[in-house]
Design a protein around this ligand. Structure first.
Ligand SMILES: [Mg+2]
Length: 423
């Protein structure tokens, strides 16, 4: 059996951990630059505040109802996510982190009669140790466990936040209660198409034949989905240690950027972040692409964002921040158009190889042991102090372009000077 453990209203729940007075009150969290609502507690949902709704459109309602509003605090959410996943790793031999707030767990070692109790134990332990409420869905397949999880979330008090789909009867009942658009992996377009075939619930879909799925539901992907709904596992647990084949860092600017100098600082900062991720998985990259998004006022009222990008293959793969920055700066200079209004930039590292398998170039000296040592030291210091204490000068110091987070809570768990004060 497999379980999926999903944090309830994760970002908003993180805010509550350090502000217990917000329990039972409506809370929302905004996306980058305080644009849209990306997390809502049940109380905020009950007020009719929509997911992904723009903040400014909901502002009146939010103020009238005393809804607590926060900017995204990724330091806090990232750290609490890590704590949730660490806890789950102690409770199951195999954990596949699926997203920042969801993990699949292998429960094949648990006796059938004890699944519900064990799932409840997972839920209580996670909540006790991290302060983050979770819902648990247990079933023979990943797709069914997602169905179970959704039902647990929808009726938190009736189910105690745990749903186990063990018997065929339990599975049939759950599938009947699940609309096609709520099946994992079906999506908006898929569900529209399925409804045209008169497939309205997960139960309807389960009863379609494999031949039908092969013809109408994207071939092998559709067949797998139907098998999973029938309790036959086809989507296996992934090895959590797989390394990323591509690493990207992109951000909207907090306010438009016009100067080349600022643009270069932003790109150097994103390269710093991306190369940290690269080193964390012990890799090196030999392809670097940069893109800049600008929004220019062409004919009075039309602001059409458009993007320009540039790509370079390095002579040999590297994980050194300074080398990557040095290669990136000429690309930014070439892309830059004076007078353009830049709103976003991004860096993508590709051709990723393990760092002990770098093919050296005949014409270039391999990376020196000193350079390697330096990177290691910078990462260690920045990780333990968590304050970007050491950085390359090209990344700048002012960062006028940094994203807006006007209502961000403190980084309680990752900054000494922002520790929670208890009186
Ligand atoms: Mg969630």
């Amino acid at each position: 059996m497999k379980a999926i453990v999903d944090c309830n209203s994760f970002y908003a729940a993180c805010e509550r951990v350090f502000k217990p007075s917000l329990h039972g009150k409506p809370v929302v969290v905004l996306s980058n630059n305080d644009g849209c609502i990306v997390s809502r507690t049940d109380e905020a949902k009950a007020l009719g505040i929509q997911m992904a709704g723009p903040y400014y459109q909901n502002k009146k309602e939010i103020e009238e109802n005393n809804v607590a509003v926060f900017s995204s605090n990724y330091h806090l959410y990232g750290d609490l996510s890590r704590r949730v996943m660490e806890t789950l790793r102690l409770l199951s031999p195999q954990v596949e982190v699926y997203s920042v707030d969801e993990s699949f767990l292998d429960l094949s070692g648990i006796d059938a009669g004890e699944l519900f109790e064990y799932a409840l134990f997972i839920k209580h332990t996670t909540e006790l140790w991290t302060g983050i409420p979770v819902s648990v869905g247990v079933a023979p397949t990943k797709v069914l466990s997602k169905v179970a999880n959704r039902l647990a979330k929808k009726d938190k008090s009736g189910t105690k936040g745990v749903v186990v789909l063990q018997t065929l009867e339990q599975q049939i009942e759950a599938l009947r209660k699940t609309a096609v658009e709520d099946i994992w992996g079906v999506g908006h377009a898929g569900s529209k198409m399925l409804r045209m075939f008169n497939v309205n619930t997960a139960w309807d879909l389960r009863n379609r034949s494999e031949q039908w799925a092969r013809k109408n539901l994207g071939g092998v992907v559709g067949v797998r989905l139907i098998k999973e709904l029938n309790g036959m596992p086809c989507i296996e647990m992934k090895n959590p240690l797989t390394t990323k084949k591509m690493i990207a860092t992109t951000r909207m600017f907090g306010k438009p950027v016009y100067e080349l100098k600022e643009l270069k600082e932003a790109v150097a900062t994103y390269i710093t972040r991306a190369s940290e991720k690269l080193r964390r998985q012990s890799s090196a990259a030999s392809a670097l692409s940069i893109f800049l998004v600008h929004s220019d006022n062409r004919n009075q009222q039309e602001y059409a964002p458009s993007s320009r990008s540039s790509y370079i293959t390095l002579p040999s793969a590297t994980y050194l921040t300074n080398v990557l920055i040095a290669h990136a700066m000429p690309l930014v200079e070439a892309l830059y158009n004076s007078g353009s209004k830049y709103i976003k930039a991004g860096v993508v590292l590709g051709n990723i190889v393990p760092c002990d398998m770098i093919q050296f170039n005949l014409f270039e000296a391999p990376e020196s042991a000193n350079a390697k040592q330096l990177m290691h030291m910078v990462d260690n210091i920045n990780f333990s102090m968590r304050n970007d204490i050491l950085k390359f000068a090209s990344a700048g110091t002012k960062k006028n372009w940094k994203m807006r987070q006007e209502m961000r809570s403190k980084r309680f768990t990752t900054r000494w000077e922002e520790l929670c004060i208890v009186k």
